[in-house]
Design a protein around this ligand. Structure first.
Ligand SMILES: [Ca+2]
Ligand SMILES: [Ca+2]
Length: 405
């Protein structure tokens, strides 16, 4: 006991050696100092404050990349937030209620050698339709909001990070077709252990495309890091289907993470109720919009998952919803009891949700009350848990075990 206490104390002292620094002038309300959990009280530190942060990625040297939805990529290192990195693609972003903008960031698994960084974001169609008010244009999907008629879609680009510049930026993937509307882009990025890149692609609030194998909306997508299609994808080379599709029937998947045994888990926003945890497997149909354990926002009924056995059921559903954001499998040493747990950020639930999995079921579920909309979760190299808060003044927070001071 004594030796483990001193080990913990030594680690915490190291963590405290960083001087937290807030970016910009005004910051949001100070977070509480601590929160209780099954691992005891957690110390909450605010490291920085960003505008609508969305995604995080760690570089091998411990530097942290963070996106801001309005279109900025910053680096947090040595207690400081950098100026925006130059060379980031131009994004469509209109207001904090816009689900698009600059979204996720990932570092290449071989970053130490190739310095490649991947960004997902929302781009405008070029050119825009000649008459952007024509509701009959299929790009509008029968939807017309004259205050927001930019035809747009998610995209993924990669470039080489050199100093404060992204160089040789190339688009490697696009959501197709583009349409109007500010929602359901998905766009979470995660590398598989074998180096393939997975992208979650939302159904752009259009429902039916999730079942249409001729579009990549409402799918989980798998590509090679250069954008080419792996020839072992389930629909590669099949007529009438897109080769980039890995699984389909998804609504708006915002979290994706590989567990220690190499299985892909994804967390999906349901409609009115029915958020889902799915074990994602190639070629399977996850049911949207044919089934959902939630119902439509206008209260019209959607049959529940068990009514259609041929559609893959979620491992867990949530009603009321958690509104999932990013997620990560914890493997660090600061919280030994949490090793192997999936940590999921919650927006409307304002929580960090810990799921201990046993095979294909959730064995333990814990909700840590963060009192703020959590947008992404990451494990730092020292085992601390990093969170970003979804807000116009969104904090970067670090969770470590609290010790007596
Ligand atoms: Ca489903
Ligand atoms: Ca239902």
């Amino acid at each position: 006991m004594v030796s483990s206490f001193f080990r913990l104390a030594a680690i915490t002292t190291l963590v405290l050696a960083f001087i937290p620094e807030a970016h910009g002038q005004a910051t949001g309300a100070a977070p509480p100092d601590s929160v209780s959990s099954s691992a005891g009280n957690l110390r909450i530190e605010r490291l920085a404050t960003l505008e609508q942060p969305w995604g995080m990625a760690l570089l091998p040297d411990g530097r942290l990349l963070i996106t801001e939805k309005p279109g900025r990529l910053r680096v947090w290192a040595d207690g400081k937030l950098s100026e925006p990195i130059q060379g980031v693609p131009k994004v469509v972003y209109r207001s904090p209620s816009d689900q698009g903008g600059l979204l996720d960031v990932e570092a290449d698994p071989d970053f130490a050698r190739n310095r490649l960084v991947y960004l997902s974001y929302v781009e405008a169609a070029d050119p825009q339709p000649a008459d952007a008010r024509d509701v009959g244009d299929p790009r509008f999907g029968g939807y017309l909001d004259t205050s927001d008629n930019i035809v747009r879609g998610g995209a993924v680009a990669r470039g080489r990070l050199e100093g404060d510049q992204l160089r040789d930026v190339q688009v490697i993937w696009r959501q197709e077709p583009k349409t109007v509307g500010r929602g359901h882009f998905g766009n979470r990025l995660v590398f598989a252990p074998d180096g393939k890149l997975f992208i979650t692609s939302g159904e752009r609030m259009r429902f039916d495309p999730a079942q249409d194998l001729a579009t990549n909306l409402g799918k989980v997508v798998r590509i090679n890091p250069d954008g080419s299609i792996p020839n072992d994808n389930p629909f590669a080379g099949k007529e009438g289907a897109r080769g980039d599709i890995w699984s389909y029937g998804h609504r708006n998947t915002l979290a994706a993470a590989f567990d220690p045994s190499g299985r892909l888990w994804a967390v999906e926003m349901g409609p009115l109720g029915g958020d889902e945890l799915n074990l994602v497997q190639p070629g399977k149909n996850y049911g949207w919009p044919l089934v959902s354990n939630g119902d439509n926002y206008n209260s019209s009924h959607i049959p529940d998952h068990p009514s259609r056995k041929e559609l893959t059921e979620p491992v867990r559903t949530w009603t009321p919803v958690i509104s999932p954001s990013g997620a990560v499998f914890y493997s660090g040493t600061l919280f030994p009891a949490w090793r192997g747990s999936l940590l999921v950020g919650g927006l409307s639930s304002k929580a960090l949700i810990r799921l201990a999995l046993d095979g294909e079921r959730v064995a333990v579920e814990e909700r840590i009350d963060m009192k703020r909309r959590i947008r992404d979760v990451l494990q730092a190299n020292d085992g601390a848990i990093l969170l970003i808060v979804d807000d116009r003044k969104g904090d970067l927070l670090r969770l470590t075990p609290a010790v007596a001071r």
